[in-house]
Design a protein around this ligand. Structure first.
Ligand code: AMP
Ligand code: ZN
Length: 135
C-alpha cells in the first residue's frame, strides 16, 4: 500500500530511525516521542488493525514486540513500559497500519491503561460477561 506511511517505512521508501528488523516486523523510533526510546513495532505486511493481521502472523509479530522491548531495556534501562496500541480512530489511532507502541517509563507511579477508561458499574459485570461470552 504505497499511500501507507508505515508500508513506506517498511519498504525503505520513507526514512525512519530503524532499531530492529526481522522477516515479520520492523521497529523504528516514533517521530514524535512520548518519552525517550518510544518505539513503534509494525508487521511487515499491511494490516489496519489486529483484526486484519492473519492468525498465523500474530505469534511471530508479538515475539518481535518482546525482542524490541528487551532491546530498549538493554539500551535505556527504563523502570517500566506501557506497551499497547490504539485500535480504531476513536481510540486515537491515526496511522492505519497496525503498530504497537513500546513506551518506556523512567519514573514510578504510572496509572496504567485503566486510567483511560470512563469507568463502569460493578452491578453490570455478570450481564456484560454473559454478553461477551455469547458474542
Ligand atoms: P497512533 O495514534 O497509534 O496511530 O500512532 C501513530 C504514531 O505514529 C504517532 O505516535 C506518531 O508520532 C507516529 N508517526 C507518524 N508518522 C511517523 C513517521 N513518519 N515516523 C515515525 N513515527 C511516525
Ligand atoms: Zn501499511
Amino acid at each position: 500500500m504505497s499511500d501507507c506511511i508505515f508500508c513506506r517505512i517498511v519498504s525503505g521508501a520513507l526514512q525512519a530511525h530503524l532499531v530492529y528488523e526481522s522477516p515479520s516486523a520492523v521497529a523504528f523510533l516514533d517521530r514524535f516521542p512520548a518519552a525517550p526510546g518510544h518505539t513503534l513495532v509494525v508487521p511487515r505486511i499491511h494490516a489496519e488493525t489486529l483484526n486484519d493481521l492473519p492468525d498465523d502472523a500474530i505469534g511471530d509479530f508479538f515475539r518481535e514486540v518482546k525482542v524490541v522491548t528487551r532491546k530498549v531495556t538493554g539500551a535505556l534501562h527504563p523502570v517500566a513500559f506501557n506497551i499497547g496500541w490504539n485500535h480504531g480512530a476513536d481510540a486515537g489511532q491515526r496511522v492505519f497500519h497496525l503498530h504497537v507502541h513500546v513506551l518506556p517509563r523512567y519514573s514510578p507511579g504510572g496509572r496504567g491503561v485503566q486510567a483511560m477508561g470512563s469507568g463502569g458499574d460493578l452491578g453490570e459485570l455478570s450481564e456484560i460477561a454473559a454478553a461477551i461470552r455469547s458474542a
